[in-house]
Design a protein around this ligand. Structure first.
Ligand SMILES: Nc1nc2c(c(=O)[nH]1)N(C=O)[C@@H](CNc1ccc(C(=O)N[C@@H](CCC(=O)O)C(=O)O)cc1)CN2
Ligand SMILES: Nc1ncnc2c1ncn2[C@@H]1O[C@H](COP(=O)(O)OP(=O)(O)OP(=O)(O)O)[C@@H](O)[C@H]1O
Length: 178
């Protein structure tokens, strides 16, 4: 199976669930994240601001800010690249590419990427070895290869997990799947 075929299968699985069901499933995934010891220990985290078909991170992000953690979100800058900006509250958010809400806060220079300790990475699918299937534009692979020390946690709904995700040399593996 190639990446495109697996994306179609996952899209079809997502269609079986209502928005309400995805909200409920999101709460289960967030509870697993809250119990993650590694996440409890870090002070700076890269997150993502979810789209309607993804694990809902909206309240969770604010929860982390309220715990005093430094939260960063990706911002799409062109067809291939993302930058990273700090998120300190919903007042920071503006709608960006692909209708994703993105922060306008402090830009993190690339030489400071090493300061972020953990990343929560969305995916269309993950397998047991930590391989990730994304939305197919290579945004995360290009950014994560600049962050070799980031502890990367892939998250998705359980029905998105698969036995083996097809891979290429440029794909960056996750350290854990929650
Ligand atoms: N919430 C969230 N933020 C994110 C990502 C993500 O997956 N989720 N990204 C992860 O990379 C980056 C944005 N990448 C994206 C790539 C494609 C599509 C998208 O909607 N693709 C359509 C079909 C492709 C197209 O329109 O050409 C689709 O998936 O149906 C969205 C975001 C950065 N921010
Ligand atoms: N580090 C990189 N440098 C250059 N091209 C890359 C890099 N990583 C991935 N690509 C290219 O980007 C394209 C999309 O890659 P892939 O299908 O793995 O995206 P994805 O991880 O599913 O997407 P996303 O990260 O946007 O969710 C491929 O043609 C791939 O070769």
């Amino acid at each position: 199976m190639n990446k495109k075929e697996l994306r179609n299968i996952i899209r079809e699985r997502k269609r079986q669930f209502s928005g309400q069901q995805l909200e409920e499933l999101s709460l289960l995934v967030l509870d697993r994240l809250r119990r993650n010891i590694r996440l409890q220990q870090v002070r700076s985290i890269l997150l993502y601001y979810s789209l309607p078909d993804e694990v809902n991170t909206h309240q969770f992000i604010d929860e982390l800010v309220n715990q005093g953690k430094q939260v960063f979100l990706p911002v799409v800058v062109d067809g291939e690249n993302m930058e990273i900006r700090e998120y300190t509250g919903s007042k920071d958010l503006r709608q960006g590419s692909f209708h994703i809400m993105e922060p306008v806060g402090r830009l993190l220079p690339e030489d400071e990427y090493g300061k972020i300790e953990a990343g929560i990475i969305p995916g269309m699918s993950f397998d047991k070895s930590g391989h990730r299937l994304g939305r197919g534009k290579g945004y995360y692979d290009r950014m994560l290869c600049k962050m070799p020390h980031l502890y990367k946690i892939g998250i998705c709904f359980d029905f998105q997990k698969t036995e083996t995700v097809p891979t290429e040399a440029t794909d960056i593996k996750m350290d854990a799947i929650v």
